[in-house]
Design a protein around this ligand. Structure first.
Ligand code: 13P
Ligand code: SF4
Length: 344
């Protein structure tokens, strides 16, 4: 087992180690710390390989809320690690590279959202989880790409909704729910917004037998051509079922699916769809992060607790989640009942 005394001084020292050495270090140090590694579906394939739990934003937030591990190492982007800290404030949440942000989340600030709320005092605010803790704190409820339609359906149809920060997801939700009172923020994901019909046409011409699945962060004209619109987690399920699929999302997921299903035709809609932010995490940085217990996510408690309320509301209306009752919380606090997500 590697002890902290064997930690190397800089990430550069880790980057010269072989993949096998890094994996061994990560494995033993993870056990030493009692850590769990959560990895998003867009992570580099070698990070996916050492993740204890791999999933979409919703599944990862459910896992972060339920885990018993004292340390959560989040391999994803900043808003995801922040979400884990919001839901599990007593755990240490570490990021291998704190520069791994989500440019879509940066489209809206708490201050700008407060200004829009002042113009629409009666509106409910729905924050896509791809947002900062401060924006979540200003919102009534959060959503992810897998539950956005269901979350919006819980809101009084006559009430205006401010939807931040993804205009494409807001449009999709408006289409699916038939609502005409959704005010979209003008943000987008550069990876999905850049997917174009030309690329889809080429993929379809090469694989006419394949079904098409597109992430709801893509533009409307792509969603209209899709057989399925779903989150990365939904895409994992579809790839398990179907023999041939054109996949409109980030490449990391398609790489994962091709490793899992070598006999299938699983084609990226665009080979250029790469989220550089997700790819900032490397095995070397992960090993360094575990050895040095860096970089921790730190949140202002007042913002964290208000953001938690919006996230918990989302989890409550998402399948498989039930908040613990007061009795259960008391038993947990007394150490009698193990902490859990309430699933199933
Ligand atoms: P998922 O929730 O579908 O995994 O999406 C997260 C994300 O960042 C998509 O760009
Ligand atoms: Fe953000 Fe887009 Fe990257 Fe997802 S793929 S983390 S939405 S920039």
């Amino acid at each position: 087992m590697i002890s902290t005394s064997e930690a190397l001084p800089s990430v550069l020292d880790y980057s010269v180690l072989s993949e096998g050495e890094l994996q061994a270090r990560i494995h033993s140090r993870k056990h030493e710390l009692g850590a769990v590694i959560l990895g998003h579906n867009y992570q580099r394939i070698e990070i996916q390989g050492v993740s204890d739990f791999l999933g979409d934003s919703l599944a990862l937030s459910q896992e972060a809320a339920a885990t018993d591990a004292s340390v959560i190492v989040f391999c994803g982007v900043h808003f995801m690690a922040e979400t884990a800290k919001i839901l599990s404030p007593d755990r240490t949440v570490l990021m291998p590279d704190p520069r791994a942000g989500c440019p879509m989340a940066d489209f809206v600030t708490g201050e700008a959202l407060r200004r829009l709320k002042a113009e629409h005092p009666g509106a409910a605010v729905v924050a896509y989880v791809n947002s900062t803790a401060e924006v979540k704190a200003e919102s009534d409820i959060c959503c992810t790409s897998s539950n956005a339609v269901g979350v919006v359906e819980t809101i009084d149809p006559d009430r205006e909704i401010i939807f931040v920060p993804d205009r494409n997801l807001a449009d999709y939700v408006a289409d699916q729910t038939g609502r005409t009172n959704i005010i979209p923020w003008d943000g987008y994901c550069y990876v999905h917004n850049d997917l174009v019909l030309d690329e889809l046409d080429r993929a379809v011409a090469a694989h006419p037998e394949a079904k098409i699945v597109v992430h709801p962060e893509a533009r409307k004209e792509l969603l209209e051509r899709a057989d399925f619109v779903t989150s990365t987690g939904g895409m994992v399920d579809l790839a398990a079922e179907l023999p041939a699929l054109i996949i409109g999302t980030e490449r990391g997921l398609v790489d994962q699916l091709n490793l899992r299903h070598p006999g299938k035709t699983l084609i990226p809609l665009s080979g250029a769809a790469i989220c550089g932010n997700m790819k900032l995490n490397t095995l070397a940085k992960l090993a360094w992060c575990l050895d040095h217990e860096e970089y921790p996510v730190v949140l202002d408690e007042e913002i964290r607790s208000r953001a938690e309320r919006s996230l918990r509301r989302m989890l409550e209306v998402s399948d498989g989640w039930a908040s613990p009752t007061e009795d259960q919380v008391a038993l947990e606090d007394a150490g009698v009942r193990p902490r859990g997500c309430g699933c199933g």
